[in-house]
Design a protein around this ligand. Sequence first.
Ligand code: AMP
Ligand code: MG
Length: 477
Amino acid sequence: MSHSINFENSYAKELNEICEKCIPAGFQEPEFILKNHSLAEELGIDSDFINSEECLSIFSGKSLPKSSMPIAQAYSGHQFGHFNPQLGDGRAILLGEIQNKDIQLKGIGQTPFSRRGDGKSALGPVLREYVISEFMHSINIPTTRALFALKTNETVLRETLQAGGVLTRVAKSHIRIGTFEYARSKNIQILKSLTDYSINRHYPELNQIDNKYLSFFAAVCDKQASLVSKWMSIGFVHGVMNTDNMTISGETIDYGPCAFMDKYDPKTVFSSIDHNGRYAYLNQPAILVWNLAKLAETLIPLVDENEEKSVKQLTEVLQLVMPSYQEYFYKEFGKKLGIRNIDDKNIKIIDNYLKILHSESIDFTLSFRNLAKIVNKSMKVEDSVFRESKIFEKWFKAWKKEINVGDIFHEMNLKNPCYIPRNHLIEDALKHANNEDMAETNLMNKLLESPFKEKDSYEKYTMPSSSDERYVTYCGT
Ligand code: AMP
Ligand code: MG
């Protein structure tokens, strides 16, 4: 006997002014192609249920469990700096919550917010989001998760006809800065309900504090500063840090045009539409602050009745974001290099390391693994990615004085992945998946599940692409 599934619907019930009821149209002949058993278990979803017809039927939108009140959420957003008042879930429907986590079907068809879109997703981007978001989880970076990927066995029209897919996305919530921008444009009562809801759901401890709305802003700033420092530490370029793609919970969301930097270059951009490098690797912290300023603007009426006072207090918190980000950043890079004390001398060591990577166009991810091997003498400098650098030896000596050489190999290997979803590998896996062959995708998922553990016979998966061609990613896929 398979157990069914039970949804709570707190968002649909408490914030009905900023969402629309929306029944999924559903697909007739869907087929699961990836199931995340460990996540299902975490959510308390029964393994018999996962294998049932009912499960496929629910997660392809064919049938609706009695407990679900499906909705599409409304939100606004600043996209590439320009305000768009009316965005919202154009291709996603929230079935409800399980254990306080949102369960959302992405690519499920049109909603009241689809504008001119079809509400659907091609299979490639569904699998890409599955692989990358699960990798982020494995490497301890806050992220939305992927529960299921299914093929719809229908085509979607993009530049060509492509196989369609649906992703079941799991998130602490889908509340974004853009949701606040939308609520603010409605009225203060709605804004207050959204903020209270967000506090209760994500930061309940703030309910005991005097100015909980200011503290809420500070808490979101802290979560996001920490998040972006973690992105930087693995060379992740989100690609579309619009305010509608930044969560209040501090989870990474929307794996659209994102990609991983290979050769270290702070100007790295992958997205085909990011012509000015607004969302380039090194610009991410500045954009973080820009986005948080937009959140601050929405909170002005809640923080203090006196607008001037309110602006002053929010500005003071906002001004702490960059220093706090920098502290997180050096802590992250300190851990990558086995440096425990972050002082001026060590900050210089970290900066100089990145200068070597930049000047020699060295592969970011591989560099840390090579460095660990050099220091434990299992690799010679001349066989490593540092072989061309004239200043590496000098840097190496300075660095060695600051670390505990005895433990460093294991310490570094627990912090620096050998496997990441490298751009060329993921492209190759998706190409196979589009031809009904899931072996490469499955293998990537397996390797990325333990990204720090180097396995024999998979060296190819640790290496950058041999091609120098620039990798380009696309939005709205
Ligand atoms: P994204 O680039 O995924 O953050 O999406 C930006 C906005 O476009 C969101 O409001 C999405 O819901 C909407 N959108 C993206 N793709 C589609 C689609 N195929 N159909 C309808 N809306 C879409
Ligand atoms: Mg989005």
